[in-house]
Design a protein around this ligand. Structure first.
Ligand SMILES: [Zn+2]
Ligand SMILES: [Zn+2]
Length: 333
């Protein structure tokens, strides 16, 4: 079987006819296989959801028990047969529970990587390259200008700012799934042992990470402490909250951006970020190219982000490559 016959591109997601299922569909379908818990990959409403046990737990926490008729957890590495397809989940290194989905049928192997990164992350298992015939890759930061610096230097800048501005609450804009917990775990790995203060929107998933065995150190809810206690402390909040009315209750808030996009000065300025930290849960350009090389696929499909540049690079390497247009992708970073 040709790899193209294993997966079809439909406007609402990738469809596998031999197994009659979708991967990361954007609308409710009968059977959804999901790479990870971000909203642009895991939409509520499918009749049945198959994902890693961690992603199933995340989907239940985010959307409630009613959001799917039935949930099935597939531990990484275990092969499951669906119709004529052998399906396996392999770590993607993006957020807790994130996995690539490996499909094998008729002698062809296809890997849908979802979102992934190659940088180390103490909150999830590292990406494992799987050799295949067709590799579906994201390209959120798919331009040669995107280079994510080592995390150490970015956190050093944050810790230096806390010392330079001990009167100011440092409020970091972080996504509720993944970024918030990764920042906490990385701070702990560097010996930062003060409590981290959380916006209410980050509580449920932070508690879930701890339940699933990821230690995050002491934290408190912003709502439950006196304003003065927050001076010189690290506060985590959703990116949209660091400039809104919520942030006004913080003492002399210093807005900190925490994203791969902080490399783009205009974005940092637009969000009125005073301290931009380049921290991403996606690959930068070099990591994308390295991964494409390592998986040895003859065909590469590129989705969300700057697709054209990576498609062009792949063709220069003698590979077959095409951009995919799937609605609504790439909105979490
Ligand atoms: Zn994601
Ligand atoms: Zn995504």
């Amino acid at each position: 079987m040709k790899p193209h016959d294993v997966l079809q591109v439909r406007p609402d997601g990738l469809y596998c006819p031999a197994g009659d299922f979708y991967i990361d569909p954007s609308r409710p379908v009968d059977r959804a296989l999901v790479t990870h818990g971000h909203g642009d990959h895991c939409a509520p409403g499918a009749r049945s959801l198959l994902a890693t046990p961690e992603t199933v737990a995340i989907a239940r926490t985010r959307y409630g028990e009613q959001a799917f008729e039935n949930f099935q957890g597939a531990p990484v590495g275990q092969t499951i047969r669906i119709g004529d397809v052998a399906v396996r989940f392999v770590p993607a290194g993006h957020v807790l529970g994130s996995a690539q989905i490996v499909l094998e049928t008729g002698g062809a192997r296809v890997v849908v990587s979802g979102d992934y990164k190659r940088a180390a992350d103490p909150t999830c298992a590292p990406f494992e390259p799987v050799e295949c015939d067709l590799f579906v890759t994201e390209a959120t930061f798919g331009l040669p200008v995107f280079r994510h610096p080592p995390l150490q230097g970015e956190l050093d800048r944050l810790l230096a700012s806390l010392i330079a501005f001990p009167e100011r609450a440092h409020v970091l804009g972080v996504y509720a799934l993944g970024k918030a917990q990764r920042i906490m775990a990385e701070l702990r790995a560097r010996g930062y042992d003060r409590p981290v203060y959380l916006h209410g929107a980050l509580l449920k998933l932070t508690q879930l990470y701890e339940t699933l065995g990821v230690p995050l150190g002491p934290w408190k809810q912003v709502m439950e402490v006196e304003k003065e206690e927050l001076r010189g402390q690290i506060v985590l909040a959703p990116p949209g909250a660091i400039q809104d009315r919520w942030a006004r209750r913080l003492p002399d808030a210093l807005p900190v951006g925490v994203s791969g996009w902080m490399q783009v000065r205009a974005r940092a300025r637009q969000r009125r970020v005073e301290l931009p930290l380049i921290v991403s849960d996606h690959c930068d350009w070099d990591a994308l190219c390295r991964t494409v090389t390592e998986v040895k696929a003859q065909t590469i499909w590129v989705t969300h982000g700057a697709e054209e540049a990576l498609v062009h690079w792949c063709r220069q390497q003698g590979l077959e490559a095409a951009p995919l247009s799937i609605a609504g992708r790439g909105e979490e970073d």
